[in-house]
Design a protein around this ligand. Structure first.
Ligand SMILES: C[S@@+](CC[C@H](N)C(=O)[O-])C[C@H]1O[C@@H](n2cnc3c(N)ncnc32)[C@H](O)[C@@H]1O
Length: 365
């Protein structure tokens, strides 16, 4: 995604217009979520153009709702309508050519339906989020439900599949060589969620064994099923575990944590545990948000995106234990370097990997 110029409302009217646009965009996003979850986009991609009756039959949904959704999608310019002048029940709607890459294919680099799902997950516990703002407490990860975990996994899965073993890990040439070599290398994947990073590593490196650790029981159960379906369950194992547990033991060639250090109440304890897991001379790879070096307001789209997730999700989940580092999504490079130093790392290298949203920290020593 390209960052655009910051939007600074010049007048109350301009602000009102801007928020009207945001309202329309939010409604679009939730309607995309309906189409994704109900299988409407997939049914149109696989079965071709459909009337409301045909779409309802293909998906096992109610015709009147399918009709309203189809009309909404055409009006908002996502679906095409071949015969808008026809009677409502005879109108035929289609998914424009190429849109399945954005709305249907989970492995597509341009998949965007998971964005709608993750936002739907973010607002699920809205009453608890409001209460947390008042009390200073947190909102447990599990309160956000499957949509948050699945949406998160949906946004990162295509990147793991296409880039993790092909670009990100090979950027550390010595680590890459070790993962390809004998004897079998071991990788610890911290906060792996639904397990797609572990599965991608095991797929890219056929001799590697991966252990994933995550606090969320539902995510670990889903990750196990995903590894089995991907045919790598013999080399990939998942445990429900707090990554900051001082008893976390093992000896690994690489420990990595992707998009999760900023969510943790005690990131220094987790980095310290990862440092122990790789031992002297080992490598820890942290992939986390690529935000500005300092507070800049108004910010660009990436900064707005990060702060949006921070107020709704990342800060509340990071406040579930007290005391908390209370990092939030906007984890600046200086903050990450401070956490690394406090965890005992001697060196932090920022890897030269081009990415709009992620920064890659190699921690050693
Ligand atoms: C934003 S998700 C990232 C998931 C995955 N790494 C990805 O990039 O798609 C954060 C994950 O960190 C896990 N997590 C948070 N705190 C943790 C802790 N202390 N120990 C282990 N996992 C933790 C959560 O349960 C969640 O699955």
């Amino acid at each position: 995604m390209q960052a655009i110029d910051p939007v600074a409302p010049a007048s109350p009217e301009a602000l009102g217009q801007r928020l009207f646009g945001a309202t329309v965009a939010a409604l679009d996003l939730f309607a995309v979520h309906l189409g994704d979850r109900l299988g409407y986009y997939r049914a149109l991609a696989e079965g071709g153009p459909a009337t409301a009756t045909e779409l309802a039959e293909r998906t096992g949904t109610a015709e009147r709702y399918a009709r309203e959704w189809l009309e909404q999608q055409a009006v908002t310019g996502i679906l095409g309508c071949d015969n808008p002048e026809a009677a409502a029940g005879d109108r035929r709607f289609r998914l424009p050519a190429g849109y399945e890459a954005v709305l249907v294919d989970p492995d597509s680099p341009t998949a965007a339906a998971p964005m709608a799902q993750i936002v739907a997950g973010c607002v699920k516990p809205l009453p608890q989020i409001l209460a947390a703002f008042r009390s200073g407490g947190g909102v447990p990860y599990e309160e956000y439900g499957d949509d948050l975990a699945e949406g998160q996994a949906g946004t990162t899965r295509p990147q793991f599949r296409h880039q993790l073993g092909q670009e990100w890990l090979p950027a550390m040439t010595d680590v890459h060589a070790r993962l390809l070599a004998e004897p079998l290398a071991r990788v610890a994947d911290i906060g792996m969620g639904l397990g797609w990073s572990s599965i991608a590593i095991a797929t890219a490196y056929p001799k590697v064994r991966v252990d994933g650790f995550d606090l969320d029981e539902a995510s670990v159960a889903a990750a196990r099923a995903n590894a089995t379906a991907a045919g790598v369950a013999d080399r990939v194992a998942f445990q429900v575990r707090d990554a900051g547990d001082p008893d976390l033991a093992g000896r690994y060639d690489l420990a990595l944590a992707i998009e999760c250090i900023h969510d943790m109440p005690n990131p220094v304890a987790v980095l310290g545990a990862m440092r122990r897991l790789v031992g002297a001379g080992g490598t820890v790879l942290i992939v986390d948000e690529k935000v500005a070096d300092r507070f800049v307001a108004p910010g660009d789209d990436v900064e707005r995106y990060m702060y949006g997730f921070s107020v709704l999700h990342c800060l509340p989940v990071g406040m579930t234990e007290q005391p908390s580092a209370a990092t939030g999504t906007v984890i600046r490079e200086s903050t990450m370097r401070r956490y690394a130093a406090e965890a005992g790392f001697a060196a932090v290298e920022t890897l030269p990997i081009a990415h709009d949203f992620f920064r890659f920290y190699r921690m050693t020593g």
